[in-house]
Design a protein around this ligand. Sequence first.
Ligand code: ZN
Length: 263
Amino acid sequence: MPELPEVESVRRQLEPELRGHQIVKVWTDVQRRFLDPERLVGHTVLDVGRRGKFLICPLDGDLELIMHLGMTGVLHLGPADAWTRARLGLDDGRELVFRDVRRFGGLAVVPAGHYEALPTLAKLGPEPLSDEFDPERFVRRLALTRAPIKPYLLSQRPVAGVGNIYADEALWLARIHPASRRVGRKRALALHAAIRQVLTQAIDREGTTFRDYRMVNGESGRNATFLIAYGQAGQPCPRCGTPLKKIWLGGRGTTFCPHDQRY
Ligand SMILES: [Zn+2]
């Protein structure tokens, strides 16, 4: 599933392709996760931005195109195939194709900044690599919750863009048990730094590819071979040699070191 580094890699490739182009034609499959795609026709893409795992494209006429890749979404410039859910025709004859095998992705056109129809986006926490993601505010947020830390991170409320992969990696780095309900100041600061570190490294490697994630140019990210915790159950912990353990937490497979990630 694409997380922040994967969506950022897509954004970086999409921006020069879309910016300044008018959308002249829209075709979509019937989709309950699509909202008003036909409103795109006649509007020009001014920029391609991102918040958390959402791509946000400001359009002329004070609208925004919001796209979410879900689990298997891929954006590319044609040709379409049987898993194509949307095609946006551009003024120069090219087509932006939204391909999504499992159909958890979404596409919405909304008045700029109006995210009532998109509750996750409306309540999204601060952008992790910006100054908004303030360490002391993060400490206070974690002090106020008794939710287990990993599902709390996945809620996108304390910080945007962290999903299953990078939550496992950051918690390993900060030595915090993923089910911990009490993360004090020192550990919260370590987690804040770990989140920034794992996301920055993954962006540098253009994201993590297992099966579906591809950039706009069709290439995979290179981060998968660098993962320490996620998907590595049974492997020795690089810090202490204890075999990493897999548990289920909030419905998600979770891998951690039972020796040095403390509850
Ligand atoms: Zn260990």
